[in-house]
Design a protein around this ligand. Structure first.
Ligand code: FRU
Length: 535
């Protein structure tokens, strides 16, 4: 492996930021982590843990002006291990304040993924002084039972907080939903209040399908139904489901079921598929129009990039806001534990707002970056309308480095063209990353095959990653967020999304746009420098 300057720097920093006896979130580690947010590859727009290992987002709930983000966390190592729930809060989903670890492993096991709700009516009885409690519902994973060869080592438990999520008490009656004994994969409870039937509903991932349960009080759970053995893809294990209502085209009520799967994603490894249908308080059924796309092991994907997994939505977003907000884990189990960062491992995606609307292929979920991110814009550069054939270097025109940047490009593709249009970031080390649209393939691509370190895993950059275009309009819209070591593409108002990480040996400080195999018409272009969220 090539030893580059960032690895040397990261290993020099390690003694400073590796964990001591102090719990993360306490003042000393908070101080050190602040300095460490400038390491090479450390995201400047995305949430990443102060130190060590992170995977799935958990327990996202909005309460008293704060967006809570918990996360799968192992504070003692930069690879997966005994799972805790790390914790952070934000007033805008953009700037984050780290809080002490919320849930530690205990005699029932590691704390795996799950959700959190505001128990407004105090159905659980955990409330205090007339204030509703926050209740977390999560999987306990009993390592000892797993090692002993048992198959009932995953079960669901709860904990509550009476102080805005600052401290948590685990329920003495845990587990609240025992493993029926028939499956090792019985996890990731996502709970919501189902108004029509006045009860809590839990969606749980069970190996190759999901199961629904209901409860009057979050403590006793009754099996309702199951879904999925014959729908979607089963190339891997089903994980981290989420069921929620959405207004299709702003007028017709539908239910959306997200299911993450690992492996089996459209470009390999981990990814999130979804289903559009109805939920009557007991059964989830796929809409007939959507069913044709999820039969015979076919799937519809939330994000075609390699680095968006286990995303679920925020609970208790105020009605007057009305958005369905989601964040995912910006990595992939194919290589997450060996990516070339040492002090911390992995980040979350940018927060996104979901929209269910018509596309060229029927109803589809659109993902759009939340409007709050606009507050990060600093210097801006506008590109005038122009035809483009060949390359157009923008490096000298921008008064900022392109590795922390938002880009909006509207491009007309002539009828029947084979043009391949895109944007390339590059550096003095000869590394480059490209993202674009190839009209001859009716598809977007993300190419990190020459974007820096890749030898840590043969699965990381073996080929370009592809995403179909489903919007039929001749005008394409590219919305990009570049954050040092990642790029998120929201194409055509979020109809097609690709989230990808890369690891250049020195920062990408050059940028160009190009059109190969034909001419396209640039309608408009905006390039915004973005301010780090950690400054
Ligand atoms: C998904 C997942 C979940 C599990 C957690 C463990 O990435 O495998 O199914 O609860 O990670 O960390």
């Amino acid at each position: 492996m090539k030893i580059s300057w960032y690895l040397l720097l990261a290993s020099a920093l390690m003694p400073l930021i590796s964990c001591g006896d102090q719990a993360p979130g306490e003042s000393e580690s908070a101080e050190l982590s602040k300095d460490s947010y400038n390491e090479p590859h450390r995201p400047q727009l995305h949430f990443s843990p102060p130190k060590m290992w992170m995977n799935d987002p958990n327990g996202m709930v909005y309460f008293e002006g704060e967006y809570h983000l918990f996360y799968q966390h192992y504070p003692d190592s930069n690879v997966w291990g005994p799972m805790h729930w790390g914790h952070a809060v934000s007033k805008d989903m953009v700037h984050w304040e780290h809080l002490p670890i919320a849930l530690y492993p205990d005699s029932l096991g590691y704390i795996f993924s799950g959700s959190a709700v505001v128990d407004w009516e105090n159905s659980s009885g955990f409330g205090k002084d007339g204030q509703p409690p926050l209740v977390a519902i999560f999987t306990h994973h009993d390592m000892a039972a797993e090692k002993a060869g048992r198959s009932d080592y995953q079960y669901q438990s709860i904990a509550w907080s009476n102080d805005r999520g600052r401290t948590w008490t685990k329920y003495e009656g845990n587990p609240v939903l025992k493993n029926p004994g028939d499956t090792r994969d019985f996890r990731d409870p996502k709970v919501f209040w189902h108004e029509e039937s006045s009860k809590w509903v839990m969606t749980l991932a069970v190996k190759d399908h999901v199961r629904f349960y209901s409860s009057p009080d979050l403590k006793s759970w009754t099996f309702l139904s199951e879904f999925g053995r014959k729908h979607g893809t089963h190339a891997g294990v089903w994980e981290c489901p989420d069921l929620f209502p959405m207004m299709a085209n702003d007028k017709e009520k539908k239910w959306v079921l997200l299911v993450s799967i690992n492996p089996g994603g459209p470009n390999g490894g981990s990814a999130t598929q979804y289903f559009v249908g109805q939920f009557d308080g007991k059964n989830f059924t796929v809409d007939p129009a959507f069913a044709k796309d999820v039969e015979n092991e076919m799937a519809v994907w939330l994000d075609y990039g390699r680095d968006n997994y286990a995303g679920v939505t925020w609970s208790d977003i105020p009605r007057e806001d009305g958005r369905r907000l989601i964040i995912g884990w910006m990595s992939n189990w194919d290589y997450s534990q060996v990516v070339p960062t040492q002090a911390w491992r992995s980040a979350m995606t940018l927060p996104r707002s979901l929209y269910l609307g018509a596309s060229g292929q029927g109803l589809r979920l659109f993902s759009r970056p939340v409007a709050e991110l606009e507050s990060l814009q600093r210097l801006s550069y506008s590109l005038d309308a122009r035809p483009l054939s060949g390359e157009f270097d923008l490096t000298g025109s921008l008064e900022f480095s392109p590795d922390l940047m938002e880009v909006l490009l509207e491009v007309d593709f002539p009828e029947g063209t084979a043009a391949d249009f895109g944007l390339t970031l590059s550096n003095a080390a000869g590394e480059e990353y490209s993202i674009g649209y190839d009209a001859s393939k009716v598809g977007f691509y993300s190419d990190r095959t020459r974007a820096g370190a890749a030898d840590f895993s043969g699965k990381f950059a073996a080929q370009r990653h592809l995403a179909p275009r489903v919007n039929p309009a001749s005008r394409l819209r590219f919305h990009l967020f570049i954050d040092r070591a990642s790029c998120e593409l929201f194409a055509d108002w979020g109809t097609t999304v690709m989230t990808e990480c890369f690891f250049p040996s020195v920062p990408f400080d050059r940028v160009k746009i190009y059109s190969k195999n034909g001419e396209v018409q640039i309608v408009s272009g905006q390039f915004h420098q973005l301010q780090s969220i950690w400054q």
